[in-house]
Design a protein around this ligand. Structure first.
Ligand code: MG
Length: 158
């Protein structure tokens, strides 16, 4: 038995904030604004797992009105989603994600993201795909106003 889920996320880019993607600190003059650590990639993957389980979205489980999640490490959300899957007899089969960011180039960070995510997802990193795109100078991503992430996740019943 398989279930598939999709998730996406966008965060505004602002000065004086860290840019964390897939749990990895990316060196950048602009960081992601948000209630938690604003890790758009981790949020998209978390939402994809919730989606596969038809458990609503990340905001339903971790409302941004809740002070407990202020500057929270987003791996807390992802870990929770993986636990919810496990509790229903599912493990993550594979993940495919795309991060859209105009700059800096994410290539040097991709393998580290895959490895960090794989640990939390409790799978090997060869089952975690993270791709990077720019915004080609147009739209919110291209104008360096935002970072966006999209992910699909396959869950397998053990
Ligand atoms: Mg988010």
């Amino acid at each position: 038995m398989y279930r598939i889920g999709f998730g996406n996320d966008i965060h505004r880019l602002v000065p004086d904030r860290p840019l964390i993607l897939g749990g990895v600190d990316v060196e950048s003059d602009l960081g992601a604004e948000g209630h938690s650590d604003a890790d758009a990639l981790t949020h998209a993957i978390t939402d994809a797992i919730f989606g596969a389980l038809a458990l609503g979205d990340i905001g339903a489980h971790f409302p941004n009105s809740d002070e407990r999640w202020r500057n929270a490490e987003s791996f807390v959300f992802l870990r929770f989603a993986v636990r919810e899957a496990k509790g229903r007899g599912y493990s993550v089969g594979n993940v495919d994600a795309t991060v859209s960011l105009e700059s800096p180039k994410l290539r040097p960070y991709i393998d580290k993201m895959r490895e960090s995510l794989a640990v939390v997802l409790e799978i090997t990193h060869d089952r975690v795909s993270v791709k990077a795109k720019t915004g080609e100078g147009v739209d919110a991503v291209g104008e360096r106003k935002a970072v966006r992430a999209e992910a699909i996740v396959m869950l397998e019943k053990a």
